[in-house]
Design a protein around this ligand. Structure first.
Ligand SMILES: *Cc1c(COP(=O)(O)O)cnc(C)c1O
Length: 424
């Protein structure tokens, strides 16, 4: 469900005409729908209404402050993977008591920040991290509440680049070492183990691998309780898939919640969720303008003003984004197969190959759909292209919530050493 629809012959986001918005803001630009973000947060909260749950939105999916503030308004917490994301979440009004800190490479400074802020939980991914966290907490006179992220050795079935729960993946502590590590945690000062955490990957549409992982995790949590550990929380991570194209039918939040309820029922666990894509993915689009149509012997290229530096998912994972013209196609309008490419000097700067689209021409505007998650956050200024604006729509109004930097800002962190500027 999202709020991007044609109205009066133009694609709208809620009540805002995206043709007019693009003319005003310029392309490329990201546009997010508040109503869609709110709806997704509410659908998840409703699905879990009968369980004790913390919805810790995964900031890495889309960390724009306005997006975070929208979700904070819905009572969401945050799952962060760096000190920067922690500060973003706090700045957007998410209370520290609703923040969990994940990630394999936390530094001592990031640990201290989390402890000083008083976050809900650290998800610890190795014995080295556990010992460092103990040292940092002891030094600050604090106690870190932790879950160990375990690697359940379950294949998620998604793209290998976004699978995180197999034994060869860098994430989590090996399944066979988890109990020994909890025993070590119990002996360490400044550490209190309160949960077990797992996250097996992203864009997972089939609940079977998740259920397999969560059953193992609950089994482990119950064994740990018998061994004297006060385990009260099960963090099931994120990973729920969204539909990217017609025919995609991932498991809905209601079925996901029912499965988690079944697997965890009767033990009094607090369930922590870390949804990212399922909240933000279909709440955003990337608007672009066609620069050129270029005919090659065997194909037609559509060269657009957005590049892989703005939206890297197709280049990184071969991901599919629906591409739709902002001007609504007329019934019976001619179609054509296009290779849709960007201006970047890389052959992987390709959004779609042989994609059937209504015929378009230079100057026409297009929208890449489902670009709200892992879009703007993964962008760069490669080829000296400034980061593109992000716009938040709310009903009939919109606001530029990240502006396009100027050229001076783009190069503002750089410096030419004096020895290169003085003539000998
Ligand atoms: C990326 C990530 C998430 C969010 O994943 P989605 O597929 O966007 O829901 C949650 N938890 C952790 C630890 C992650 O790394």
């Amino acid at each position: 469900m999202h709020h991007f629809n044609y109205s009066g012959g133009r694609l709208h986001c809620e009540g805002v005409n995206l043709d007019a918005l693009a003319a005003e803001v310029g392309t490329p630009c990201y546009v997010y729908s508040s109503a869609t973000l709110v709806r997704h947060a509410q659908v998840i909260a409703y699905a879990f209404r009968e369980q004790s749950v913390l919805i810790a939105y995964s900031v890495k999916a889309n960390g724009n402050l306005a997006v975070l503030a929208t979700l904070a308004g819905q009572g969401c917490g945050a799952d962060v993977v760096s000190g920067g994301e922690l500060l973003r979440a706090r700045k957007a009004g998410i209370p520290a008591s609703k923040i969990v800190f994940s990630g394999v490479g936390k530094t001592a400074a990031e640990m201290a920040l989390g402890l000083e802020q008083g976050i809900h939980q650290f998800n610890v991914e190795s014995s080295g991290e556990l010992r460092l966290l103990s040292a940092v907490a002891s030094q600050l006179g604090k106690t870190a509440l932790i879950a160990l992220r375990v690697n359940p050795d379950v294949a998620a079935g998604g793209h290998p680049n976004i699978s995180t729960g197999k034994s060869g993946d860098k994430f989590g502590v090996p399944w066979g070492e988890a109990e020994a590590l909890y025993a070590e945690a119990a002996r360490l000062p400044g550490i209190r183990a309160v949960g077990v955490d797992v996250h097996i990957g992203s864009q997972i549409g089939d609940l079977a691998p998740m259920r397999a992982a969560f059953e193992k995790v609950v089994g482990l949590a119950l064994r740990l309780r018998k061994q004297g550990h006060d385990i009260r929380r099960i963090d099931v991570g994120g990973g729920l898939a969204i539909p990217y194209k017609e025919g995609d039918a991932p498991a809905p939040p209601s079925a996901y919640a029912a499965m988690i309820s079944e697997v965890t029922a009767g033990h009094g666990f607090e369930v922590i969720l870390e949804p990212g894509r399922v909240i933000a993915g279909n709440a955003g689009v990337l608007l672009t303008t066609v620069l050129y149509e270029k005919q090659a012997p065997d194909r037609t290229f559509l060269i657009v003003d957005a590049g892989m530096n703005d939206l890297i998912r197709p280049a990184l994972y071969g991901a599919h984004h629906d591409i739709v013209p902002i001007a609504e196609p007329k019934p019976g309008q001619a179609h054509r197969a296009y290779d849709v490419v960007g201006p970047i000097c890389e052959s992987t700067d390709k959004f779609a190959a042989g994609r059937e689209l209504p015929r378009v021409a230079a100057g026409d505007r297009l929208a890449f759909m489902s670009a709200g998650a892992y879009g703007a956050v993964l962008s760069s200024s490669y080829n000296a292209r400034p980061l593109v604006p992000e716009v938040l729509v709310d009903g009939d109004r919109y606001e530029i919530v990240r502006r396009r930097p100027s050229f001076e800002e783009l190069v503002g962190l750089e410096k030419v050493p004096e020895w290169l500027t003085t003539v000998a």
